[in-house]
Structures are given as structure tokens and as C-alpha cells.
Design a protein around this ligand. Structure first.
Ligand SMILES: Cc1cc2nc3c(=O)[nH]c(=O)nc-3n(C[C@H](O)[C@H](O)[C@H](O)COP(=O)(O)O)c2cc1C
Length: 179
């Protein structure tokens, strides 16, 4: 099975997951900008990983363009966010990022990353500052669980990247390969 692992990562959490996944599946992950969309038709399984910013999977918009033109390929997307994993948040990210048709074709996995202010670029630093300002102005009881969680992540930077978080995704791909 020809498998492509490609990813976007600003502060390395997604990159680490992509590298671990690459080791498990014996494939070398490729940065998103190094891939031409036209290359995707050469693969049977396309796995894309991107950070979640403002509930959007960074880079997925680019991949979306090609999905309708590919017939036999399978797609997996893993989104890496600072919020603790839960079925509710998983569903929130799916409904925000995928149309009904895409939901039929794309399998999504949420992986918890972390927050590393030291690695943030200028524009993202500003976005985080604005995010904190906006959330801190709201009444605590009006914040959603995800907003509380994200605010906590921004105020208490930490790294939750764990190899075990990849287990379900790796098992899913292994089952596909054995079909
Ligand atoms: C501007 C900004 C917005 C973010 N928004 C979200 C969000 O909506 N949900 C979430 O779970 N994490 C959010 N995060 C946290 C990142 O998804 C998290 O830090 C992730 O590990 C980054 O992946 P990377 O290190 O591969 O770039 C945000 C981070 C930044 C900098």
C-alpha cells in the first residue's frame, strides 16, 4: 500500500507525531509545502496532520481542493490541539472542518499537542494574546469547556505529546493495510 504522511507544524507537536507515525509505518513524513497536490494521486492512503488554530485544522483547506478529484484513495486527517481530548471536542472539530461529503471520505483523529510560547511566531503570539484578552473578558461561567481548556493551556504552557495518543490511529492504518 502506497502511504503518504504529510504535515504542517508551527511549534513541532504535529511534527513529532508525524515522525513517530512515520517510524511505525516505515514511511518518511513530508512537510506540506514540499508536496504538490498533483502528487497525491500516486498514493492509496493519504495521511495529513495539522495543528488546530481557532478550531480549524491548519492546511486542510489546501487538501480539500483535491479530494473530489481522487476516487480510490483513503484519507486520514489528524488534528493536533492544545485542548484535552474528549468525544465532544472531537465532534466539534469534525463539524467545524468537514462537510457531510468529506466526513464520508475522511477519517479524523484528534491528538493532544501542547503549547510552547517560546516557539511561536509573531502573528501567532498576537493571536494568542488576543484570544486570552477576549476569553478573560467573558464571564467564567459563560465559557465553554473547550474555551476554559484552551485558556488554561495558554496560561500554563505544557506538552502533552505522548506516543500512546497515536495508538488508535496506528491500529486503524494497520487494519487497512491488512485488508
Ligand atoms: C493562535 C493559536 C490558536 C489556537 N487555537 C486552538 C484551538 O482552537 N483549539 C486547540 O485545541 N488548540 C489551539 N491552539 C493550540 C495548538 O493547536 C497547539 O499548540 C498545537 O500543539 C500546535 O501544533 P504544532 O506545534 O504542530 O504547531 C492554538 C494555538 C495558537 C498559537
Amino acid at each position: 500500500m502506497k502511504i503518504l504522511i504529510w504535515y504542517t507544524s508551527w511549534t513541532k507537536h504535529t511534527e513529532i507525531y508525524a515522525e513517530w507515525l512515520g517510524k511505525e509505518l516505515k514511511r518518511t513524513p513530508v512537510k506540506a509545502k514540499e508536496i504538490q497536490l498533483s502528487d497525491l494521486s500516486n498514493y492509496d492512503l493519504i495521511i495529513y496532520g495539522g495543528p488546530i488554530h481557532s478550531e480549524e485544522i491548519v492546511g486542510f483547506k489546501r487538501m480539500r481542493k483535491i479530494i473530489p478529484y481522487l476516487d480510490d484513495q483513503r484519507f486520514i486527517v489528524f488534528g493536533v490541539g492544545g485542548v484535552a481530548e474528549s468525544d465532544h471536542y472531537n465532534e466539534q472539530i469534525i463539524s467545524k472542518n468537514f462537510t457531510d461529503e468529506e466526513r464520508e471520505r475522511v477519517n479524523f483523529f484528534y491528538l493532544r499537542g501542547g503549547f510552547d510560547p517560546e516557539r511561536l511566531e509573531g502573528i501567532h503570539k498576537l493571536q494568542v494574546r488576543y484570544f486570552k484578552f477576549r476569553l478573560n473578558r467573558k464571564k467564567r461561567e459563560s465559557l465553554t469547556e473547550a474555551e476554559k481548556n484552551l485558556l488554561h493551556a495558554f496560561e500554563h504552557p505544557d506538552n502533552y505529546v505522548e506516543k500512546e495518543n497515536l495508538e488508535t490511529l496506528v491500529n486503524y492504518v494497520t487494519a487497512l493495510k491488512n485488508q
